[in-house]
Write a protein that binds this ligand. Structure first.
Ligand SMILES: [Zn+2]
Length: 175
């Protein structure tokens, strides 16, 4: 992600702040505040600020006074469009070309390729995301006659995950 140059948070006008928060679905502190406007294919919000597209999660941290220059805006909640400041933190690693979540995703699908320099918090988030479902839930899913899409929405996973569970491509040892 691009650096936010040398613009200090105090230089962001009230108008710009309002324009930003209008694109966020604000909820309670514990819930995710999703970005309603333009998103990348991975689901990250993009905010047009002074002619540049900036990551909405990065902009959120910036508004909270956290300088993410040379850092990466990471999600505690593993939800790319989330802009709840309480769910975000600045990750510290040298390679800032990719967000932690992309790494988490990668870890989910290709664990062996998971880069070793990723901060511990990100790794923990990735492991948590990977273990989203309990064995009990997997058995419930297999018993259900509902569509993969409906089950995916209910359990908060992709419909492909449901398909893989039902067709015993994953959780193979569980019967
Ligand atoms: Zn969140």
């Amino acid at each position: 992600m691009k650096r936010l140059a040398s613009i200090h948070v105090s230089e962001i006008s009230e108008e710009e702040k309002t324009r930003f928060w209008q694109k966020v679905e604000k909820r309670s502190d514990s819930e995710c505040w999703e970005w309603k406007a333009h998103r990348t294919p991975e689901g990250y919000g993009r905010f047009k600020f002074r002619g540049r597209l900036i990551g909405a999660n990065r902009f959120t941290l910036w508004l909270s006074g956290i300088d993410t220059e040379n850092l990466v805006a990471c999600h505690h909640c593993d939800n790319p469009p989330c802009c709840n400041p309480a769910h975000l933190y600045a990750g510290t690693y040298a390679d800032n070309s990719k967000d932690c979540f992309v790494r988490n995703r990668r870890e989910k699908f290709y664990p062996r390729q998971y880069p070793s320099h990723v901060p511990k918090e990100c790794l923990e988030a990735a492991i948590k995301a990977k273990r989203k479902l309990t064995p009990e839930q997997v058995l419930e899913i297999r018993k259900s006659n509902e569509t993969d899409r409906v089950l995916g929405l209910r359990y908060g996973v992709a419909k492909g995950t449901i398909f893989n569970i039902k067709s015993h491509r994953t959780w193979k040892t569980l019967t």
